[in-house]
Design a protein around this ligand. Structure first.
Ligand code: NAD
Length: 469
């Protein structure tokens, strides 16, 4: 029997939780449905020849607006995949209290086959197509980077939007993940990987949960494998290593490497940059079949590439105790059942990779308020803190060193606020999900719990709208 599709997996996962919520079937069907699916084909001239490009934008839910979700460039992009990703965005936003509906976009191209100039032409044309259909704008639909795209593509999109709306005061909020110099926010590039780390770290604080897995609390010393070494994988590896974990395996599309004594993420990155491949990294074992990396011994496995990489075929061979879904949909729904049966803890994508959309939300807020976070408060905070320290010194006669005083009095910069807002979000959301998991006897794992929490929040919105009295 063939493996199920990504969209079927998302629907099956939704249904595992839907009945537990007790909401009327019609309301659940509305929450599950994709509201708008726009498929477009447009011509782009490549080396003097017309080429027809196929692309999508799906707005899954308008229970809150604007809608929000990344844009993917990959030659495997298809309508079902974009619908699945848009659906996950709705549940993700609800879970982490980001007040948007879910959306997603995709262009069916392999970006490696195009020059920068050609990619710019394709991206600008895609943005113009969205503007024509009223599917791009700070109050309508706000894309962001995803697989195969980054800050560069977002800056082309914002520039195209502003050229078509030169009088728009809030227009820079039409897309997030922009370069910091182009109305972006400090911390967005690394946000998803950092969120992955904060999420796993929080899960690892619970002694009873770790003991049930045969692990000790904390991420320090835990062996980690990262599959996919792009934006999310690279930053996940960086923050795990800085947090005291040991990166033992890294996989990319050309192959994978493993060393049980540890791999330095930055050295691996530089090795790949200079040789063009992750393979042949000094001291590591090569794996030409890159999917083999998923089956190597480790405590924490972080799939950070694409969907459907763990299926019912390879699930029984997984050796990790914890799987942190950094990618969207890396585990098919039937593989999920197998892994749960094996006692593996799975931190679901809709929670674990929500760091990106959380910081995108901060960026959007910054764009609408037209001021950098911390600009109005940093000096004032610093002066107030210094006054407090000096009053303490006068009262106690204890004198602090000047450098300690400066450190203790420091006011928050944008990056400090972004990191702390992200950490707060990941901790709170994990505890919401865990509470549902531990307190509801119909909920037997974190994914079902995450869906229950998300569905309940979206249902509350619909009830408040009075559509389902
Ligand atoms: P990316 O394009 O920056 O990186 C993905 C990497 O995976 C690439 O380097 C690619 O070569 C590699 N890869 C592809 N196939 C592979 C395979 N079979 N084995 C190993 N490596 C493989 O993309 P990204 O932004 O890091 O996104 C990765 C995943 O994270 C996607 O599922 C995406 O939807 C999800 N995600 C991304 C963000 C974000 O902010 N970028 C936010 C939430 C979720």
């Amino acid at each position: 029997m063939s493996n199920i599709s990504f969209l079927e997996s998302v629907v099956q996962n939704f249904e595992k939780a839907a009945d537990i919520t007790g909401h009327p079937r019609g309301l659940l069907d509305q929450i599950r449905a994709c509201n708008s699916v726009y498929r477009m084909k447009f011509p782009v001239k490549i080396k003097g020849e017309f080429r027809v490009i196929e692309a999508w934008r799906v707005q899954h839910s308008h229970h809150r607006t604007p809608t929000k979700g990344g844009i993917r460039y990959d030659n495997m992009v298809n309508e079902d995949e974009v619908m699945a990703l848009a659906s996950l965005m709705t549940y993700k936003c609800a879970l982490v209290d980001v007040p948007f509906g879910g959306a997603k976009g995709g262009i069916k191209i392999n970006p490696r086959e195009y020059t920068e100039e050609q990619l710019e032409r394709i991206t600008r044309r895609y943005a113009a197509e969205l503007v024509k259909k009223n599917m791009l704008g700070p109050g309508l639909d706000v894309p962001a980077p995803d697989y195969g795209t980054g800050a560069r593509e977002m800056s082309w999109i914002v520039d195209t939007y502003m050229a078509l709306h030169p009088d728009s005061v809030d227009g820079y909020g039409c897309v997030t993940g922009k370069p910091v110099t182009q109305h972006g926010i400090n911390g967005r590039t690394e946000a998803t990987g950092l969120g992955v780390f904060y999420g796993v770290k929080e899960a690892c604080t619970y002694k009873e949960d770790m003991e049930a897995l045969g692990l000790t609390p904390g991420v320090e010393g835990k062996k980690v494998i990262v599959q996919g070494f792009g934006n999310v994988g690279y930053y996940s590896a960086k923050f795990f290593q800085e947090g005291g974990a040991i990166i033992v395996g890294i996989g990319e599309y050309e192959g994978a490497i493993y060393n049980e004594n540890g791999l330095d993420y930055e050295a691996v990155f530089n090795h790949r940059k200079s040789t063009g491949s992750i393979l042949n990294f000094p001291g590591a074992t090569n794996m030409e079949k890159t999917s083999d990396i998923l089956e190597q011994p480790c405590d924490i496995l972080i799939p950070a590439a694409l969907e459907n990489v763990i299926t019912k075929d390879n699930a029984p061979r997984i050796k990790a105790k914890i799987i942190g879904e950094a990618a969207n949909g890396p585990i098919t729904s039937d593989a999920d059942d197998i892994l749960n049966g094996m006692g593996i803890m799975i931190l679901p994508d809709m929670y674990l990779n929500a760091g990106g959309v959380t910081v995108s939300y901060f960026e959007w807020l910054k764009n609408l308020s037209h001021v950098r976070f911390g600009r109005m408060s940093k000096r004032f905070e610093q002066a107030s803190n210094m006054n407090l320290i000096e009053s303490f010194e006068t009262l106690t006669g204890v004198k602090l060193k000047d450098e300690d005083k400066v450190k203790a009095a420091r006011g928050a910069d944008e990056i400090d606020l972004v990191y702390s807002g992200l950490e707060e979000t990941m901790i709170n959301s994990y505890n919401d999900i865990r509470k549902e998991w531990k307190s509801n006897n119909k909920v037997n794992n974190l994914r079902v719990a995450a869906f229950v929490v998300a569905i309940n929040k979206i249902a509350d919105d619909y009830m408040a709208l009075g559509i389902f009295p």
